[in-house]
Design a protein around this ligand. Structure first.
Ligand code: DGL
Length: 258
């Protein structure tokens, strides 16, 4: 058997598990090492320099543990550091995640498409360029959501408090009809049910997890580094806040369907 080394997956906390889930669907026989930096979360309200330094450090740690490829399962870390990482590791299969604006715009041409993400992601040049690319196709409305990832970090996916937060967040924007919401932070798919309830069931919801997973498979295939194992791989969780509670939350989120 060859290439049974792990695929390293990283996020500022537990949100990237929404991407890990898609990776497992697309490549069930691979082994995964997931690192969540919950101790330093949230990244989305930090400076670019802070996020870049933390991301590089965490990617180095995963490589130090033998990762054959890296998925930056965090939109914020991707926008801050993926270009630098590609220069540092030109031969490494490395994939980041960005808000799934393209499929949303293609499904809702000329309509209002809201992009929910961290303040940091939305003010980066990477996002501005992505938005400009599709600005003639639909009306794209960036919506910073400071505080939303913290609900997921607490494992709170259905409280009254979360409902109130989302209602207040979407209130102004929903004065005019919206057709789609892009979940531009990997924590938000875990709040998807409640986002749909508050936004209305007719609003389409998109996230970039599956596209990112398929891109990783393509890169590994090109590099000849997909595993040839015939049985299901393992998942190991590491977290900078290494408590039993954190481990349980990771497993709970991985098993949760959404
Ligand atoms: N999960 C991260 C993202 O996709 C960000 C959450 C945070 O640390 O603020 O952007």
């Amino acid at each position: 058997m060859k290439n049974r080394e792990v695929i390293g997956v990283f996020d500022s906390g537990v949100g990237g598990i929404s991407v890990l889930r898609e990776l497992i669907k697309v490549m069930p026989n691979e082994n995964y090492l997931y690192f969540g930096d919950s101790e330093h979360a949230p990244y989305g309200t930090k400076t670019l320099e802070e996020v870049r330094a933390l991301t590089i450090e965490n990617v180095q740690a995963l490589l130090g543990k033998g990762a054959k490829s890296i998925v930056v399962a965090c939109n914020t870390a991707t926008s801050a550091a993926v270009a630098v990482l590609r220069k540092m590791y030109p031969d490494l299969p490395l994939v980041g995640i960005e808000p799934a604006i393209k499929p949303a715009v293609l499904s809702c041409p000329g309509q209002r498409v809201v992009v929910m993400a961290t303040p940091m992601t939305l003010c980066q040049e990477k996002f501005q360029k992505l938005m400009q690319k599709y600005e003639d196709e639909a009306q794209i409305i960036p919506l910073p959501c400071p505080g939303l990832m913290e609900f997921v970090e607490r494992g709170d996916l259905e409280s009254e408090e979360l409902h109130k937060y989302l209602t207040e967040l979407l209130w102004g924007i929903q004065k005019e009809k919206i057709s789609a919401i892009v979940l531009g932070c990997t924590h938000y798919p875990f709040a998807r049910e409640m986002i749909a309830e508050v936004a209305g069931e007719e609003v389409l919801i998109f996230d970039g997890g599956n596209g990112t997973a398929r891109e990783m498979r393509r890169r590994l295939m090109e590099a000849g580094r997909l595993t040839d194992a015939k049985n299901r791989g393992n998942v190991e969780f590491l977290n900078s806040r290494n408590t039993k509670k954190e481990q349980e939350l990771c497993q709970f989120l991985l098993n949760r369907s959404f």
